[in-house]
Design a protein around this ligand. Structure first.
Ligand SMILES: Cc1ncc(COP(=O)(O)O)c(C=O)c1O
Length: 452
């Protein structure tokens, strides 16, 4: 028996507290009853294109039969078991498969359950690696301006002090922040323009390493695409390659936060793979389970892992969560990797990159063109940055969200950046519809002269 909708909304008003949401301004959100492919279906029978893959997690579409079946199958065998001093086949096999995806450069897999935690673990690994190897003074972190690594205390500490985190600034530890590369997107295919644009940020980093390298344990960054805080700053691989070389020179570990960029987003399984750069530690979540379950992994080199070994139990990595190594999460991740192999998913993402380029060029040539500051795209990500001031709290983005939702498309602009990160299975007609709705919603909101 179903509860009447009014009763559900009463419970929503009385009990719900949602992340990143000003609840007083929310109203009654759509109640989603099912999902199929790129579509979400509401209780009142409407269909919504999930053009952001439900916060960037849904990569193979909702209710993929292969992943559904794998989770059900695993559920009938073993729902959970402590993953410390005991193990299970799905975790063992997954470790092997993930290591292979890094060409066994990162053979050690530490499982957890969300992206922020995967980052926290990476920070702790880097910090303790130098403790364990007799260099305790190497304890400081470097991060990039505009970076976002999650909402736990450590992850916030190495992130930009944006509107998301400024309230918590007194709680956070200090990290050195260096300027992120900002390279006009249309110049990124020209090696000369790229090298002159990244020269200044690289020089800043080199200077920091020269003066402070002896005290720095790790640098963390989002490879190729800075997402949530930077509004999708897409930057050239050459920057990453030069960062890698500087880290090598100064014995600084490179932590790649691939929570957003990993699992195929850029048309390669890892963005670091697309860039041809090997990090020392890599955090992965979101698409790891196909977006099905809270699941994450932090991968590390054998050298880092070995620094934790010995007969002294104090060298252990003292971090863990009750649900670590979830067999259901592992089963979903296996099925997701099977889908990558069986459905040539990375080819599809590369095709999507070409489609984004075409749609974005069309938007630039149309009525929205005069409002656009820049368009950017990579893999499954397409971004329109409007010539507007503002951040996540600005009315503009929220009005666009509402306008698009009323036309059956889920968008969540980040300040002036309106973007699509659809499930990779989106069909050409569905992508065209998402762009049409993006364009008409932005034009409607701009026409209504909404304050920034
Ligand atoms: C690059 C990056 N790192 C970390 C996180 C945090 O992941 P989670 O929301 O699963 O904690 C996110 C989330 O968007 C992210 O984009």
């Amino acid at each position: 028996m179903q509860n009447p909708t009014e009763e559900l909304y009463e419970w929503h008003r009385n009990h719900a507290w949602m992340p990143f949401t000003q609840m007083q301004l929310l109203g009654n959100p759509p109640i989603i009853e099912s999902g199929q492919g790129v579509y979400l279906r509401t209780r009142d029978g409407r269909e919504i294109i999930d053009a952001i893959g439900s916060w960037w997690v849904t990569i193979h579409g909702h209710s993929h039969p292969r992943i559904n079946a794998a989770i059900k199958d695993q559920l009938d065998r073993l729902e959970h078991v402590i993953y410390a001093g005991m193990t299970h086949e799905p975790a063992l096999r997954l470790g092997h498969r993930l290591s292979a995806l890094t060409n066994h450069h990162l053979p050690r897999c530490f499982f957890s359950d969300n992206g922020s935690t995967a980052v926290e673990i990476g920070l702790k690994m880097a910090f303790q690696y130098f403790l364990n190897t007799g260099r305790p003074e190497k304890s400081e972190f470097v991060c990039l301006s505009g970076g976002y690594h999650g909402d736990t205390i450590g992850a916030m500490s190495v992130g930009a002090r944006s509107v998301f985190h400024e309230a918590f600034a007194p709680l956070l530890f200090d990290a050195h922040q260096v300027p992120a590369p900002r390279v006009e997107f249309r110049n990124q295919t020209d090696p000369d323009l790229v090298s002159s644009a990244i020269a200044a940020p690289i020089a800043k980093l080199a200077e920091l390493f020269e003066t402070r390298g002896e005290r720095i344990c790790a640098l963390i960054l989002e490879p190729l695409i800075q997402g949530a805080s930077a509004g999708f700053n897409i930057y050239p691989a050459e920057y990453l390659r030069q960062v890698r070389a500087l880290c090598d020179r100064h014995n600084v570990l490179l932590i790649a936060d691939e929570v957003f960029t990993g699992a195929g987003r850029t048309g390669h399984f890892f963005a670091t793979g697309r860039a041809g750069v090997q990090p020392d530690i890599l955090a992965l979540s979101k698409g790891l389970s196909g977006g099905y379950l809270p699941f994450a992994v932090t991968l590390a080199t054998e050298e880092i892992y070995e620094s934790f070994l010995g007969t002294d139990r104090r060298r252990t990595l003292f971090h863990g969560h009750s649900m670590t190594g979830s067999p259901l999460g592992c089963a979903a991740a296996h099925a997701s990797l099977d889908v990558f192999e069986e459905e040539a998913v990375l080819d599809r993402v590369r095709e999507l990159e070409r489609s984004h380029a075409e749609h974005l060029a069309r938007l630039q040539a149309g009525p929205l063109g005069s409002h656009i500051k820049e368009v950017r795209y990579m893999g499954s990500v397409g971004v329109v940055e409007l010539a507007l001031e503002g951040d996540y709290t600005s009315e503009f983005g929220w009005r666009v969200h509402e306008a698009a939702l009323s036309q059956g498309v889920l968008l969540r602009p980040l300040g002036p950046s309106v973007y699509l990160t659809p499930p990779f299975v989106i069909e050409p007609g569905e992508l065209a519809r998402a762009y049409e709705v993006m364009e008409s919603s932005v034009l409607a909101v701009l026409g209504a002269r909404v304050p920034a």
